[in-house]
Design a protein around this ligand. Sequence first.
Ligand SMILES: O=C([C@H](O)CO)[C@H](O)[C@H](O)COP(=O)(O)O
Length: 209
Amino acid sequence: MKLQLALDDISLKDALDLGEKVKNYIDIFEMGSPFIIENGSLAIKEFKRRFPEKKILADTKIVDAGSYEAGLAFKAGADYCTVIGLTDILTIKECLKAARKYNKSIFVDTINIENLNKRIPELEAAGVDHISVHVGVDEQAVGKTPIDALRQVKSLSNNSILSVAGGIKADTVDLYKKSGADIVIVGGGINHAKNSVLAAKKLAEKIND
Ligand SMILES: O=C([C@H](O)CO)[C@H](O)[C@H](O)COP(=O)(O)O
């Protein structure tokens, strides 16, 4: 299992400094949605320049203009970007077209998909092979976690690479590992920890255990 660090509510400078300190524990640096709103494509470019050996994911959460928006992320240096799974299937297909053009990949975010039983087969039939099981921060605030959705998507998916996000920390990561995630995404669990470097180290140790 790989570890993806989501950089959301942090300045570009602090994120680059943190990246330097935790890079040995992290496989994928995620340019979070708020981070992209604040810094634009510059964040993607800077991270790729400073950490060329790491994968960079742009959490673009695309809902329209799939090919154009995904193309912007890939041209800036992202290896992956995200599209919202409940948007129109045409947009998903346009994102996949851009991914093929740039030889990169698209993660489809499951946030707020009500009927996963119906949607996951539709997405995979359209060519999706990377799925990000996600419970957002607002739903986390009322106690939701992504564990049930991960188990459900794992049983429905044919062969997609699965990442999982939603309030995961060092003391809960084992559950997600056991439930078949290929990538665990951690934002607050590292960024908001008392000691971010120690939190990243603990997560990496548990993942590689
Ligand atoms: O995608 C995210 C969220 O929608 C804010 O943009 C987060 O990056 C993702 O949820 C991971 O962060 P944590 O839930 O804090 O681990």
